[in-house]
Design a protein around this ligand. Structure first.
Ligand code: PEP
Ligand code: MN
Length: 279
């Protein structure tokens, strides 16, 4: 086991000193906020919230280029876009795969914006070499083999909370990555399942606030997947930032009505601009 943290505590001592089940991710173990740096201007965990924007899925080069230029001009710090989409139904659009990753990495250089994309299988690890940050989605939060193998690449990871996971399970999933020697983890509260069915998920601001006490890792919010509808994204985004969120990941599409994935919850350029002005 590799522990590369700024601390001299040994594996044995961690077990004794930190009473919680999660150790390396806890504030007890590491009292200062961890900063996860993508580049000099994009740092999670500091005073300035990091805004990630882009489509749920990469559909074509033309689509992504238009979105990348626009969200950057409006003020996004990073571009999102899924090449591999984990879908609840096998009949839904599951992404354009390898070609999507090649499109997003080319556009990143052309437009000058760092990128994040979701990995769904250890078989694809080599394809993610040119991505600045790797997303592990809600459906894979408990895929411990994937967590360890992605951790080993050493790149920053956005770890989304499982839709039915407790805070402890969420932090233990992050613990898998830190225990592997990769401290560059940003947590993401993306809404949980409750008895309430009137919106897609419930943005759990309690946990968003509590995690900042329990852990030194940065945490951001995903109001798009929490809400499941575009008209709730702005109020949820503002609420999350008020609760101390270190950033936001927002789905933005050039033509939400025609989007191949998550169009209902995607903001168009005007609404995204309005959100950024309000922040
Ligand atoms: C996504 O970011 O498009 C996604 C699939 O999110 P989640 O894993 O939170 O459902
Ligand atoms: Mn989505």
């Amino acid at each position: 086991m590799l522990i590369v943290m700024k601390n001299t505590t040994t594996k044995h001592q961690i077990g004794n000193v930190v009473a919680k089940k999660y150790k390396l991710v806890s504030r007890e173990y590491h009292p200062e906020n961890t900063l996860v740096e993508i580049n000099k201007n994009v740092v999670f965990g500091g005073k300035k919230p990091v805004i990630i924007a882009g489509p749920c899925a990469i559909e074509s080069e033309k689509q992504l280029l238009e979105i990348a230029k626009k969200v950057k001009a409006i003020g996004a710090d990073m571009l999102r876009g899924g090449a591999y989409k984990p879908r609840t139904s096998p009949y839904s659009f599951r992404g354009i795969g390898k070609e999507g990753l090649s499109i997003i990495t080319t556009i990143s250089k052309e437009v000058g914006i760092p990128i994040i994309s979701e990995i769904t299988s250890v078989l694809d690890l080599d394809l993610f070499k040119n991505v600045d940050m790797i997303q592990i989605g809600s459906r894979n939060m408990s895929n411990f083999d994937l967590l360890e193998r992605v951790a080993d690449i050493g790149k920053p990871i956005l770890l989304k909370r499982g839709m039915s996971s407790t805070m402890e399970e969420f932090l233990l999933a992050a613990e898998y990555i830190l225990k592997r020697g990769n401290p560059n983890v940003v947590l993401c509260e993306r809404g949980i399942r409750t008895f309430e069915t009137s919106s897609r998920n419930i943005l759990d601001l309690n946990t968003l606030a509590l995690i900042q006490k329990e852990s030194h890792l940065p945490i951001i919010a995903d109001p798009s997947h929490s809400a499941g509808r575009f008209d709730l994204v702005i109020p949820l985004a503002k609420a999350a930032l008020s609760a101390g969120s270190h950033g936001l990941i927002i789905e933005v599409h050039n033509n939400p009505k025609e989007a191949l994935c998550d169009g209902n919850q995607s903001l168009n350029f005007n609404t995204f601009e309005s959100l950024m002005k309000q922040l």
